[in-house]
Design a protein around this ligand. Structure first.
Ligand code: A2P
Length: 272
């Protein structure tokens, strides 16, 4: 699996998303994914599954150093002291000494992006995480955070799939030399029945999910698909060894006219 590099962080292009995976399913999915070759696991304090994800890391039998582990600080723990405690709790639950990447899960509604990123800088400087990043940040929030940070902000994790045009945000992450990590990269499976995608899948002898993930990779995104099925977990990693044509990519791009944003809540910022 190829990797993307930004500001000294090297991130495997496909990771396992664990949102909504809880209990035993979180452990078995993480262990199965790593055994299948995944080297990037994405969790969050807010998912309530870090203990189980940590168990999966250990059950996989693969060394900690070989796996890129991301977690995220929830919006109600973004004060300087709270953030530090939250990060310590995350490490304790995961059973690891240091995260590879720690993200601000959602922008704060009360603290500025400048204040928040400075607190995250402290967490990194104390050694709790190798790299820092953000999630659900808009162009304005990225600019504000970059203006205030001492440490590079290596990634912005946001929703991205064929039904959602993120060109403007992608240009902003590129401008800052950051990696755009696509969550809900399959549109939570909603795009997999699109005739256009099925046609391309048929031509390549691949599944629709593989086509969408290949589209993500060729466009330069890191993608973190989630599945509870071992066969699909394996399939979602097996997206090397073929290339979509420019016409195929353009055909999938056209689905953006649907304009679906799945993850939009009261706490969401004003999207670009
Ligand atoms: P399941 O867990 O039953 O496999 P996203 O990553 O965009 O959030 O999408 C997750 C959804 O897509 C889940 O409902 C998951 O269901 C489904 N999914 C993940 N991988 C595949 C695949 N290879 N084929 C079909 N559905 C998939």
């Amino acid at each position: 699996m190829h990797t993307l590099t930004a500001h000294g962080a090297t991130i495997p292009a496909i990771g396992l998303g664990t949102w909504m995976l809880t209990g035993e399913a979180a452990t078995t999915s993480v262990a199965a994914a790593i055994q299948a070759g995944y080297r990037h696991i994405d969790t969050a304090i807010g998912y309530g599954n870090e203990t189980e994800v940590g168990e999966g890391l250990r059950q996989s039998g693969v060394g900690r150093d070989e796996i890129f582990v991301t977690s995220k600080i929830p919006p109600d723990q973004l004060g300087a002291d709270e953030m530090l405690r939250a990060a310590e709790g995350s490490l304790e639950r995961l059973g690891i000494d240091q995260l590879d990447l720690l993200l601000i899960h959602w922008p704060s509604q009360t603290l500025s992006a400048a204040e928040t990123i400075r607190s995250l800088n402290r967490v990194k400087q104390r050694g709790l995480t190798k790299h820092i990043g953000v999630s659900n940040y808009t162009i304005r929030l990225l600019d504000e955070a970059w203006a205030a940070t001492e440490e590079p902000i290596v990634a912005n994790q946001c929703e991205h799939h064929p039904y959602l045009n993120q060109d403007k945000l992608r240009a902003a992450t590129d401008k800052h030399g950051m990696i755009f990590v696509a969550y809900s990269p399959l549109g939570q499976a909603g795009v997999l029945d699109e005739p256009e995608i099925k046609d391309i899948a048929g031509r390549f002898g691949r599944t629709p999910a593989q086509i969408v993930l290949r589209w993500q990779l060729q466009k330069g995104f890191v993608a973190i698909p989630r599945s509870t099925h071992p066969a699909r977990i394996r399939q979602n990693l097996d997206v090397e060894g073929f290339d979509l044509s420019a016409a195929d990519i353009a055909a999938i791009d056209e689905l953006r006219s649907v304009g679906t944003r799945i993850c939009d809540y009261d706490i969401s910022p004003e999207w670009d």
